[in-house]
Design a protein around this ligand. Sequence first.
Ligand code: COA
Ligand code: AMP
Length: 634
Amino acid sequence: MTDLYQNTFEKSINDPNAFWAEAAEDCFWYKKWDKVLDDSKKPFYRWFTGGVTNTCYNALDLHVKRGHGDRVALIYDSPVTDTIKKYTYSQLTDLVATFAGVLAGRGVAKGDRVIIYMPMIPEAAIAMLACARIGAVHSVVFGGFAAKELATRINDAKPKVIVSASCGIEAKRVIAYKPLLDEAIEFATSKPESCVIYQRPMATADLIAGRDFDWQKLAADAKPHDCVPVAATDPLYILYTSGTTGQPKGVVRDNGGHLVALKWSMKGVYNIDEGDVWWAASDVGWVVGHSYIVYAPLFKGCTTILFEGKPVGTPDAGVFWRIISQHKVKSMFTAPTAYRAIKREDPKGALIKNYDLSSFNILFMAGERLDPDTLQWSENHLKVPVIDHWWQTETGWAIAANCMGLKHFPVKYGSPTKAVPGWNVKVVNPGNEEVAAGEIGALVVKLPLPPGSLPTLWNNDAGYVKSYLEEFPGYYKTADAGFIDEDNYIYVMSRTDDIINVAGHRLSTGAMEEVLADHPDVAECAVLGVEDSLKGQIPIGFLVLNAGVDRKEADIVKEVIQMVRDRIGPVAAFKTATVVKRLPKTRSGKILRGTIQKIADNKEFKTPATIDDPATLTEMEEALNRIGFAKSRK
Ligand code: COA
Ligand code: AMP
């Protein structure tokens, strides 16, 4: 019997040139590529060198040219503003062309960077596509980050223009964005020439004369701008993601490889066809939002939903079902944490019964481990396949999935199924040798990575090699640990670095430690991600105070919590910290994070042989008990 998955996978690995050339035929090119896979500058592999295209043309104009201008391209569904607005491919093309004209009018040209700091409104997608239209490189910054984080990204990307909005809406709270933007620009050493601000009626922003411009006013006078041909290897965007320090990594995405891979993935991974209604409930500030709210569904000619709301509280835990039934969504994609939030509010799924979900085919989950409870709950109540898949900001699309356009494999709980075509996933030991089936090791991908994955870090080739390619020569290091079983199912167990996943958001405990260490009374600190029934993980902090500090511990704790909120942002969800006399360490002075984490998660642990003083573990357990963790040691 032919196995479409197996054949496709093998072809993608054994003959990537033919495989991706065929996929690329589905896209529009001003000029076709000279080489599909260019390996002339290893380990910097490039895709479709010599090819000339435009991402925005493929997302919008192409569909209009092909006679689908009246098809709905984007539905903005915003329960927080009580708005539902639909944009056809023609309308969206016109709006994007106009905003491209606005950007060009502000001096933005091919290769210039534009930072987009926006809430979940259509103008965020319009700004992204407008950048792509003129060959500018966008860098979207998630709205939940604080001014300092935004400033760090401004300094690295050096944008000519920043596009923002007057405010965002978090459930029932209006969050003014403009003061955060002003503060960030003040902190930043590299200043943008201008800011374009979309004024929302819930809170309008004061504009600084000469620097800030009103989106709507500029758009009223702007001349639509046509698509600018760009090299397939030119950067489309930079997306900053947490690294192991406070300095985020600028993941670069190119135009050609990204276009080809993402368009292929809509059918191959998600079994979505042109004209289908697709919904990724994420945020444009994350990679899921880039790939599956904006680019891939539009490349494919689908209707994509842009949702401004939360899974619960806007107005209730039935909002997902309302959207699926009202817009006849075929498949949706979100993070397990969203379903955990719904399950907590409506454990019996009573609200589901109020809606007709007959259009709904598949639920996709990613961004964090899909726990069996949530998987089971979703399967039982929605009665559709629930598909876990594994990917990263760096990869841009799924590394492992049950590829629903190829073959629906039986689901094994705890596994995102098999390697996606293009991704030659292996498990290796510290000596870079492949391990046997079932053995845990480092999850790596054999080079070259497929199109759509990061070609490098922004202005930092050396950092790219150091972070991803050095430790396991010949492979890309995912920094996830796991194993592959005898049926080639992949299991992702944990990160091998200090990245944690809070409500599907990727955060660095190292970056939080840098903030805590800055408090004048803190001598030493540790931040760990501990299990949380809603958010998957949450950070908790341990503080060792300087000798002689006699202030109230509670005040210091309050201050460090506020510092993390101010410097990293509310998204860090850093709400718990406690003071300890000392931290458990090895004799060589390494903090025993793994052991502390096990105590906090109520898991079995062995006292490490290298521990300096075993009594520190009891002290740690007492500290964890004080803050409501580790109630009993197994
Ligand atoms: N702008 C400003 N603030 C933001 C923000 C934004 N775009 N996004 C989040 N925040 C704030 C929240 O208001 C909250 O602030 P608070 O501490 O004052 O309450 C904080 O950041 C944490 O936000 P969040 O992680 O969203 O937690 P929550 O408690 O508000 O909601 C969930 C919990 C599970 C409902 C929510 O995390 C969720 O919907 N997650 C889905 C995750 C997702 O889409 N991930 C993308 C990868 S697929
Ligand atoms: P991000 O870059 O924000 O997408 O986060 C990527 C990280 O999230 C991965 O390295 C994993 O640690 C985790 N992750 C993403 N998807 C999954 C999944 N399906 N199962 C387990 N972990 C996941």
